[in-house]
Write a protein that binds this ligand. Structure first.
Ligand SMILES: NC(=O)c1ccc[n+]([C@@H]2O[C@H](COP(=O)([O-])OP(=O)(O)OC[C@H]3O[C@@H](n4cnc5c(N)ncnc54)[C@H](O)[C@@H]3O)[C@@H](O)[C@H]2O)c1
Ligand SMILES: CC(C)[C@H](C(=O)O)[C@@H](O)C(=O)O
Ligand SMILES: [Mg+2]
Length: 366
């Protein structure tokens, strides 16, 4: 009997449906007589608010928990900006889903050996000698901090509680160290915080220090203030090579900044996980939600010009982390590299190709 993987597909808003269509085409190309993908497509974000009154329904959250993996594209847009925000707004649908799945670590790779950065030599706004050899992965805490703390939102005052518990910091620190250990020799862990100002950062630094010293003494740990990390990323990004561990807010910011190395966010995928596949403490394979780093890019939606590469590389990450299909993950990454090298690129990379054309070219190159 064929092995069947249940995949929840969440295209969302803006360019989401366009880039998701290409990713699904790539996924389908990997069906064989021995392997099937059972796809269930659902609403999330603004389109879900319009159809159901909720940014994500309980059924969709349950479907995520019942799936082998979730492919998510993007949510939000000006249509909903002045209606509802926070957990009830379009972006809140994604936040609620991250929380429901407890996918506490968001891995956002940016490597000059990956297809995303290999094209940077021609398109990046950076000088080639500055970005040559850049190789890091941001491990962003994904379920806590300012995103999920108590909120006050009044006419003339607003507050977001930016709190972390020891346990929340410990688990993401462990996962970042495990990512570091996947490399030989192990990568350093570079932990970002604002311990010079924020109480939550001081706890962050203490817990990271203790966890690394007691459980991962073989992994080098560096603390870097988050604001200066931003400067370093813009001046000497290679010196951040390794695992960049950051809380929810700093991780969000530094991973968007990584897009500047490639010159576009349209090529950076990410994996949100509640553990690595080799984690023995998990009863099942980890939950995985695969989402590009970019958003719904409303100004370019509906024109067949959005770059589908980030979403397609999410399929590769899903193969790697959720479906035990490493060889297939590499085939997707190789095909993307080949197509970008051939010059078939969307306008954000200076090309003239359409979303569909790039998707088709990647399938032909598999
Ligand atoms: N994960 C998500 O769903 C997510 C992430 C970020 C922003 N958003 C939402 O998206 C909306 C727009 O936000 P924003 O403009 O700050 O960020 P954005 O990532 O949507 O766009 C930033 C810039 O990158 C470009 N861009 C992004 N993805 C691209 C792609 N695949 N191909 C080509 N160009 C691409 C856009 O045109 C824009 O110039 C907002 O409603 C925001 O809340 C959603
Ligand atoms: C849309 C928004 C909730 C989201 C975040 O801030 O986490 C996005 O910016 C991201 O980086 O995935
Ligand atoms: Mg972001």
């Amino acid at each position: 009997m064929a092995q069947t993987f249940k995949i929840l597909v969440l295209p969302g808003d803006g360019i989401g449906p366009e880039v998701m269509a290409e990713a699904v085409k790539v996924l389908k190309a990997f069906e064989t007589s021995g392997r099937k993908f059972e796809l269930r497509q659902e609403l999330i974000g603004g389109c879900s608010i319009d159809a159901t009154g909720k940014t994500v329904t309980d059924e969709v959250k349950q479907a995520a928990l019942d799936s082998d993996a979730v492919l998510f594209a993007a949510v939000g847009g000006p249509k909903w900006d002045n209606q509802r925000r926070g957990l009830d707004g379009p972006e809140g649908g994604l936040l609620q889903l991250r929380k429901a799945m407890d996918i506490y670590a968001n891995l956002r790779p940016c490597s000059s050996t990956s297809p995303s950065v290999s094209i940077a030599k021609e398109f990046s706004p950076f000088r080639q000698d500055v970005i040559e050899g850049v190789d890091f992965v941001v491990v962003r805490e994904n379920c806590g901090g300012a995103y999920f703390g108590r909120k006050v939102e009044e006419e003339t005052y607003a507050m977001d509680e930016w709190g972390y518990s020891e346990a929340e910091i410990q688990r993401v620190t462990r996962l970042s160290a495990e990512v570091a250990l996947r490399h030989d020799p192990p990568w350093p862990v570079i932990s970002l915080d604002k311990a010079n100002v924020l109480a939550s950062s001081r706890l962050w630094r203490r817990v990271v220090d203790k966890t690394m010293a007691t459980e991962y003494p073989q992994v080098k740990l560096v603390h870097q203030l988050a604001d200066s990390a931003s400067l370093i990323l813009a001046t000497n990004p290679r010196s951040l090579n390794g695992v960049i561990l950051a809380d929810n807010t700093f991780g969000d910011m530094i991973s968007d900044q990584a897009g500047s190395i490639c010159g576009t966010l349209g090529v950076l995928p990410s994996a949100s996980l509640n553990g690595l596949p080799e984690d023995k403490t998990l009863k099942t394979r980890p939950y995985g939600l695969y989402e590009p780093t970019h958003g719904s890019a409303p100004t370019i939606a509906g024109q067949n010009i959005a770059n589908p590469v980030a979403m397609i590389l999410c399929v590769a990450l899903m193969f790697r982390y959720s479906l035990n299909m490493e060889a297939e993950a590499q085939r997707v990454e190789d095909a993307v590299r080949k197509v970008l090298d051939s010059g078939s690129r969307t306008p954000d990379l200076g090309g003239k190709a359409g979303t569909i054309e790039v998707g088709d070219a990647i399938i032909s190159a598999l």
